[in-house]
Design a protein around this ligand. Structure first.
Ligand code: SF4
Length: 54
């Protein structure tokens, strides 16, 4: 199961840019998972600068 660790997320938006099907920005400025089964989730995970997608 894919999760965004909100304690690590710096809200850079990279995951949303790379994988809009999988992630969206929350009102707290942190990313959260929209669809953990989206094909692009793995690419977003690799692109996260703080490894917040776990
Ligand atoms: S790429 Fe990582 S740090 Fe940036 S918004 Fe997504 S989860 Fe947060």
């Amino acid at each position: 199961m894919v999760k965004v660790n909100e304690n690590l997320c710096i809200g850079c938006g990279a995951c949303v840019s790379i994988c809009p099907a999988g992630f969206e920005m929350g009102s707290n400025g942190k990313s959260h998972v929209k669809d953990g089964n989206a094909d692009c989730v793995e690419a977003a995970k690799k692109a996260c600068p703080v490894s917040a997608i776990q």
